[in-house]
Design a binder for this molecule. Structure first.
Ligand code: NAI
Length: 211
């Protein structure tokens, strides 16, 4: 049943977290089975889109039965890699870095935040939950032999490229960048930008055009 996942478009991949979230809610309500039509009503994609998306990974439904909610949830967790464990560090322990470190749900999904790194001596030495804030000068020696996979950039935008270069050289495998900067990394590094202000500006546009 499981197809090797090759050449699946990013558009499909970007819809998977939404399926994952919805299926979790269904499981919490003890729903065990769902049709693509019912999923469609809940999720806002057409039933045919849902079938096409899930077919990219081997198709989990059965004609006349629909999808087994638990099975589909587990499969999507597996496809998303949420059954793995990722050693993660955060650079910049200001408002956002601390907020991310404080969010324990990432831990539950396998993103193990090991330390934050900061250049401001007033923040170095803090503990966020049980996660230490270390001096950024210790970054290289701390990460040696620890197989750090994800680096999260929570610095100001002026520092973001320099921080990205340091992370690439550690090396990390992926960068989650929150700074509003278009950082450049080699193709071998997974880069995901989260530009919160871009999203907020869309709200502004939609509100403005509602008037
Ligand atoms: P902040 O100013 O509270 O924290 C940034 C921290 O990065 C500071 O503590 C600073 O000392 C540290 N830093 C700067 N360069 C560094 C370096 N080379 N090595 C180690 N540490 C370094 O800023 P905040 O609010 O946490 O935002 C972080 C980033 O996220 C910014 O780029 C901001 O534009 C972006 N952002 C934040 C949002 C928020 O809700 N806080 C919303 C949208 C974007």
């Amino acid at each position: 049943m499981k197809k090797e996942v090759k050449d699946v478009s990013m558009a499909v991949i970007r819809r998977l977290p939404k399926y994952h979230r919805l299926l979790k809610e269904l499981m919490e309500k003890d729903v065990t089975r769902i049709s693509s039509k019912e999923l469609s009503t809940m999720i806002g994609f057409t039933a045919s889109q849902i079938r096409q998306d899930l077919n990219c990974f081997g198709g989990f439904g059965q004609q006349g039965y629909g999808y087994d909610v638990g099975e589909l949830y587990n499969e999507i967790s597996r496809i998303l890699g949420l059954t793995s464990h990722y050693n993660t560090i955060i650079i910049g322990a200001g408002n956002l870095g601390q907020a991310i470190a404080n969010y324990s749900n990432f831990e539950k999904k396998g993103f193990h935040i090991m330390a934050l790194f900061e250049k401001n001596p007033r923040l170095v030495g803090l503990q966020i939950r049980d996660i230490p804030v270390l001096d950024v000068d210790e970054l290289g020696s701390y990460c040696e032999g620890k197989n750090i996979e994800i680096g999260v950039i929570c610095t100001n935008k002026e520092s973001a490229q320099d921080v990205a270069d340091v992370l690439v050289n550690l090396p990390v495998k992926a960068i989650w960048n929150f700074a509003p900067a278009d950082i450049i990394v080699p193709d071998s590094i997974v880069l995901e930008n989260v530009h919160l202000s871009d999203s907020l500006y869309i709200i502004s546009y939609l509100l403005k055009n509602q008037e």
